[in-house]
Design a protein around this ligand. Structure first.
Ligand code: 5CA
Length: 161
């Protein structure tokens, strides 16, 4: 795997957040796109299920952002998410995602957001010894163990489907 020498600023921001949490994770920028879970799995050489999708939703009553860290193969059941969050859930648009995370869609990481975000972690991710998440840009990723996700946002581990 080729690791470029200097990270782009968004990827560097994620690396700094990881380091600040005391996690040993290292952000790498790949030559191929990691913009979607499918592309990331191909570029990394892991299964799509081992990719962490960092998905932003919006509480329709409060307007607050909700982060779901989902296995690449799973779809979020918005009705159940709404029950867990205590309000109906809607989709977030690109501007909303950038405003609340500080990152653009395709590179949204599970850590290092502009403000803390209520987080739900897909229990299916816990079965893997290593998983990979986006690191700020559509080519940047980092490897982690599922337990690290909990240290990032103190998210609840739930079944998201
Ligand atoms: N870099 C990869 C993982 S390493 C990644 O970010 N994958 S992702 O699945 O977390 O991000 C893509 C997700 O962004 C899609 O699954 C979708 O939920 C969301 N998305 C894509 N286009 C839009 C859009 N126009 N508005 C809101 N969300 C979108």
């Amino acid at each position: 795997m080729k690791v470029s020498e200097k990270l782009q600023s968004s990827a560097q921001k994620v690396q700094e957040a990881l380091t600040a949490l005391g996690l040993p994770c290292q952000v790498v920028e790949l030559p191929a796109s990691t913009r979607t879970a499918q592309e990331a799995a191909q570029a990394i050489g892991c299964t799509v299920a081992q990719i962490v999708k960092s998905l932003i939703f919006r509480g329709t009553r409060t307007g607050k952002p909700i982060l779901v860290l989902a296995s690449g193969v799973n779809r979020v059941n918005e009705k159940r998410l709404g029950e867990m969050a205590g309000e109906p859930i809607g989709k977030a648009d690109a501007d909303f995602v950038r405003q609340h995370t500080g990152f653009a869609i395709g590179g949204v990481p599970p850590v290092g957001h502009s403000t803390p975000i209520e987080t739900y972690i897909d229990a299916d991710l816990l079965q893997y010894q290593e998983i990979w998440a986006a690191a700020g840009t559509p080519r940047a990723v980092f490897r982690l163990i599922p337990q690290d996700l909990q240290k990032m946002n103190h998210g609840s581990i739930v079944s998201i489907q």
